[in-house]
Ligand binder design. Sequence first.
Ligand SMILES: C[S@@+](CC[C@H](N)C(=O)[O-])C[C@H]1O[C@@H](n2cnc3c(N)ncnc32)[C@H](O)[C@@H]1O
Length: 245
Amino acid sequence: MIYLVGAGPGRADLLTVRAARVLAKANVVLYDRLVSPEVLDLVNPAADLLFVGKRDGEQEPIQQAILEELARQAHQHPHVVRLKGGDPMVFGRGAEEWQYLIDQGLEVELVPGISSALSVPSLAGIPPTFRGIANGFAVITGHVRDGFNEELKRYAQADTLIILMGTRHRARIADLLIAAGRDAQEPACFIENGSTPRERFHETVLGELGSVRVESPAVLVIGQVVRLRERLVPLLASGCLEATI
Ligand SMILES: C[S@@+](CC[C@H](N)C(=O)[O-])C[C@H]1O[C@@H](n2cnc3c(N)ncnc32)[C@H](O)[C@@H]1O
């Protein structure tokens, strides 16, 4: 059995119960760059941990090697885990891996994860929707195989825009959205390493995105909901949430 498991946004107790159970009985875990050390601490101590993160330019050869390694491991061990940041089916090539494995006659179980797309903004006090402010949202990638995702303009009118993989092209994202009619003064926020001890926020306006100093991984939110952060965060900072757990 190969388990395609979502590791959530980073904080270990944001894993699903199913994911924690599967990690505890794994024989081997192949994990990505986005999987946090806190989550890896929950893996069966006897399991082999194989890092299979990709860098720019090496995506395709490494992806093929990962597929072959997964199949090889599945012939040797009863519990093989493919662990991916967030949810495996959201910009994670999870479905491609699933298809390859079943084509090889292997059995696959999907264990969904909490995607960074929604959880990272919400944890920062930026809800994707809010009655009277935003009735909907779009989740888009800023980066595609060929570089900048020009298709972003098709989503430009969404009340809230949530952009993953948007750090490198942030200036172009701003230019494109302003050209498509969005206000350069609209609130925007990058949340870097959300839910982990390394979390950082960069609040700005759309027209200033190009001058923000931000590192990947980060989720970019554009829309009036960003303003809610100053109302909601004092509650988080006061420890209300921690106190109830
Ligand atoms: C290849 S996509 C994978 C998304 C993942 N499958 C998910 O559902 O969260 C990688 C992008 O997710 C976002 N991301 C993932 N984890 C994050 C985190 N903890 N904080 C901020 N952004 C994160 C960043 O935009 C990053 O560039």
